[in-house]
Design a protein around this ligand. Structure first.
Ligand code: SME
Length: 160
């Protein structure tokens, strides 16, 4: 599955392969949790320098931890709280270059220093967020935001 040579592939080729891999694994005949679990694993595999990748899902008016890769994490986040809660409330993707400088950032792992959160909406309603953490400050770029937003669009297409 991931038998490409990470060192010889260009960033564009890697982004294309990332999206193709998601398309290959997504299956709208499978439970949502199955597709989310594989997406978390694929994000974790394709993005260098990250220490957590996964989902918080909107349920009972808050965000609840969903499928992820990395260390165990906070299980509940209120809408409007932390990077995830603000992304969910505003429906805007957020890149945090330095988590120590984001007021209200929720520390699940003190090793995480940068973060990107992409909100996920289906038919106008909040479904959840895709959250990725890095131990490296300034890790996430505008290019990452665009490719991750595209990956979320692919996910939305196969959600029931
Ligand atoms: N740092 C996040 C909480 C989730 S963990 O990073 C996995 C936040 O501030 O929303």
């Amino acid at each position: 599955m991931f038998d490409y040579d990470k060192d010889s592939i260009t960033k564009d080729e890697k982004n294309t392969l990332f999206l193709e891999t998601l398309r290959g694994y997504f299956d709208n005949g499978l439970p949502v949790v199955t597709n989310l679990a594989n997406m978390a694993a694929i994000v974790y595999e394709f993005f260098d320098g990250i220490n957590w990748a996964g989902f918080y899902l909107y349920q009972d008016s808050k965000l609840i931890l969903g499928p992820f890769q990395g260390k165990p994490a906070c299980t509940e986040i209120e809408i409007g709280k932390g990077v995830c809660g603000v992304a969910a409330e505003t429906m805007q993707s957020i890149i945090v270059p330095d988590t120590d400088r984001f007021e209200g950032h929720i520390v699940c792992d003190s090793a995480s220093k940068a973060e990107i959160v992409i909100p996920i909406a289906k038919d106008g309603g909040l479904f959840g967020v895709l959250d990725i953490d890095s131990p490296n400050m300034n890790r996430f770029t505008e290019e990452d935001r665009l490719i991750l937003q595209e990956s979320v669009r692919l996910l939305i297409d196969i959600l029931p």
